[in-house]
Design a protein around this ligand. Structure first.
Ligand code: SF4
Length: 490
């Protein structure tokens, strides 16, 4: 039986893998990029990098600094930006996705192409990277990293089109999967979202700037202008003039619905909707679909809070903080190995025993992945004297892996892939268990329900209906390692 001491809820969630931020036309662009990345730190804690461009010397120079750790660790020193001059910069925070954890995979990646310097920061995952890499290597390409993102650089480098923009589009036409990109050349910034818009990207203005989420624009004092549309490519020159291109033809977008459930910060706006309000609306749907006779509604902090507020408002059951999260234990550096992942699992949460004792509780969490955390939290509520524990989940059962840049366990580790509802309730030792339905989730994001013939979102981790081909997976390649060389993080 697992112990019921406080745990780390972060270790049993799907984990967004990357956040990207770029700025052009701003004094101290690199420092501003670091500030933006700091606001996106929840999207990746393993490593961070910034590339800047200073147009002042010899037709312009690129500068780069990358490191392992949080933004504050890598860019916290007073002289951290001394070598990152210029009015244009882009940056990347990451958790290890395809390619492994080594420093050589820390983005933005940079290459000297025939057309000049080219940097690329990528959020997402290329689902045919192995197949493309095999072909590129066969033709003579020599890869420097094990990241799927480097495939794009080689495709650009080997394209036969005359202009960099045409080469870039040519490369992206060969790529499957999910990507939000911020690239830099000496001429300016190029941003692009994949044709389905699976991963988010928004645009703001002081500079202007581009970022994974609106919250990063807020933090640097920029106004939200709009999202980069699915399949849109936007060029921004040093004069601030934007050119929008639609190189892929019209496709129905399929943005990631899990951004609303968990990945994005609640103070962000996605697709013109407040993430916080959507999460509350999921709680409302959950209360309608899965009522419980209980005395209090308790969120699993912090990600279950907005849904619990919605559940409480709809049900009329009081919202209470039955679990207290310590504000003095930060989200410490997370290494992508199991041993390190579980090293920081204690110390963060504790039951509010005086509140919980003798009460019938509705516990609200955003998702169940492996189920290990859910079991511990139910145990903790019972140890604190709860009379009943009714577990409610603000997403449908996560039954399938994500191949679009989200760290998901193998399918056979997902609780919902292994068990039916009754068995899951028994496993986590809850008196009852219910998930919001897929239609309820769609209603919460403003749809009438899920249109099975034409879903408005990517929801593959719930439905198994992947919106793109999965070439590498279908070929049974190992998409988490694109090289024979195994990297180690220092
Ligand atoms: S599979 Fe799930 S987590 Fe991955 S992009 Fe689709 S909805 Fe998002």
């Amino acid at each position: 039986m697992p112990d019921a001491t406080p745990w780390d809820t972060d270790s049993d969630h799907l984990r967004e893998e990357c956040g990207i931020f770029g700025v052009i036309g701003a004094k101290d662009a690199a420092a501003m990029t670091a500030l933006g990345l700091h606001a996106l730190q929840h999207r990746g804690q393993e490593a961070v990098g910034i590339v800047s461009f200073d147009a002042g010397q010899h037709g312009g120079e690129f500068y780069a600094h990358r490191g392992v750790g949080h933004v504050a660790q890598v860019f916290g020193a007073p002289d951290a930006f001394a070598g990152l001059g210029g009015a244009m910069a882009s940056g990347h925070v990451r958790y290890s996705t395809t390619g492994g954890a080594g420093l050589r995979n820390v983005q933005p990646l940079f290459a000297d192409l025939a057309s000049g310097g080219f940097s690329i920061a990528h959020n997402g995952n290329i689902s045919n990277a192995m197949a493309l890499k095999a072909e590129l290597v066969r033709k003579g390409s020599i890869f420097q990293s094990t990241s799927d993102t480097e495939v794009i650089i080689h495709l650009v480098a080997t394209s036969r089109y005359p202009t960099l923009l045409d080469r870039f589009v040519d490369a992206l036409r060969m790529v499957e999967g999910a990507y939000a990109l911020i690239c830099m050349t000496a001429e300016g910034i190029i941003t692009c979202r994949d044709p389905l818009g699976i991963r988010p990207l928004v645009m703001g203005r002081i500079g202007p700037k581009e970022s994974s989420e609106t919250v990063a624009l807020d933090v640097v004092g920029a106004d939200f202008v709009r999202q980069i549309e699915p399949g849109e490519l936007v060029q921004v020159g040093h004069d601030g003039v934007c050119h929008s291109h639609r190189p892929f033809g019209p496709r129905a977008p399929r943005p990631c619905i899990f951004e609303h459930v968990y990945f994005s910060r609640p103070d962000s706006i996605i697709d013109s909707r407040s993430v916080y309000e959507v999460r509350k609306a999921i709680g409302v749907e959950l209360a309608r679909e899965a009522p419980a006779a209980a005395d209090i509604v308790v969120p699993v902090p912090d990600s279950g809070v907005p849904a619990a507020i919605g559940y409480a408002q709809q049900s009329g059951i009081p919202f209470e903080l039955g679990i207290i999260r310590s504000h003095y234990v930060g989200r410490t550096f997370i290494q992508p190995s199991d041993g390190a992942r579980h090293a920081d699992v204690k110390r963060k949460h504790n039951a509010n025993r005086a509140l919980v004792a003798g009460k019938r509780i509705v516990l609200i969490d955003d998702s169940i992945v492996r189920g290990t955390t859910s079991l511990k939290i139910v145990q903790m509520m019972r140890d604190a004297g709860a009379a009943e524990v009714h577990f409610r989940v603000a997403s449908p059962p996560t039954e399938h892996s994500c191949f679009y840049g989200v760290d998901t366990p193998e399918r056979d580790k997902l609780l919902a892939a292994r068990m039916d509802l009754a068995a899951m309730a028994e496993y986590i030792q809850a008196d009852s268990l219910a998930f919001v339905s897929i239609d309820g989730l769609y209603r919460a994001v403003g749809e009438a329900g899920r249109d099975g013939g034409k879903p408005a979102y990517c929801d593959a981790c719930f439905t198994g209906e992947y919106p793109t081909r999965l070439t590498d997976f279908s070929a049974r390649a190992q998409p988490d390692q694109l090289s024979l060389l195994v990297d180690k993080v220092a």
